[in-house]
Design a protein around this ligand. Sequence first.
Ligand code: SD4
Length: 327
Amino acid sequence: CIGVPIVVCTWPFKDAIRTAWNALQLGFSAVDAVVEGCSACEALQCDGSVGYGGSPDEDGETTLDAMIMDGTTMDVGAVGAIRNVKDAIRAARLVLQYTDHTLLVGDQATVFALSLGLGGPSNLTTDQSLAKWLKWKESDCQPNFWRNVMPSSNTSCGPYSSIESFSASNDDFDRRKDLCSKRVGFGNHDTISMAAIDKEGRIAAGTSTNGASYKIPGRVGDGPIVGAGAYADQEVGACGATGDGDVMMRFLPCYQVVENMRLGMSPVEAAENAISRIKRKYPAFIGAIVALNMKGEHGGACHGWTFQYSVQTTGMEDVNIFTVYPA
Ligand code: SD4
């Protein structure tokens, strides 16, 4: 089934797709559909990687990243590392709707969202995220995201001064990270990235995630970065990404995908090309991309894991799940 309206998203987040699809069926805009779909995932804490209570940072706090892009106007609203607000995608939408800005971050994003009536402040920590963080704290898998820091056993600044692995090489870091990821679950990269085309042919894309577990506080991932976590352009199509955002955002893979399609590539070719550009420099990265063009053709590509994405369009009774294997 190919056509429009259509909604696609990373991973088998069926409820998110159904929510967005219902919005499209009711005649809502692509922007509204993506916001509603991502919002449903936040409330459901999809895979623990979206919404509150997931991916605690080094201090145990959950912060959220989200973005919504209107591919018709190219307007964007995004929030990075927003604290104490459960509705990250709605906060992003407020940025889009009520400001000339693109991205607000941290505490000030919180103040902004609350001032415009979003619910909260809410504690984003849950028993599960606390237990996960404690397990990590008690493991020898700290720190997670530091490298090339001078060992300095006699300084008292920062929680890591006594950790000897600072002197390890980058390869050692990668190996250790890999081992630890299996033990304490570093690798939960399951962002929702969604794209939709509505009945009037308008296109939008958006993301919502609680980012990377045990990140350094203040870290913002690829989710709210235009062209990295998602991108949409009415003339061409849209894209959503998931995976190791710290690496992926260096390549603006979703911008790349849309530009690839503009030059005539199919969604699959465009996604494969964007992934291969990252792979060339970072053979160990983990990530995936879903691409959609204005005809409603879609495709995906991935590296380092098997990827699934979800689609609903006219003629499909329910959400269809597509599986993509690494090239
Ligand atoms: C990030 N890309 O913050 C996000 C994490 C994720 O699927 O799960 N992606 O790096």
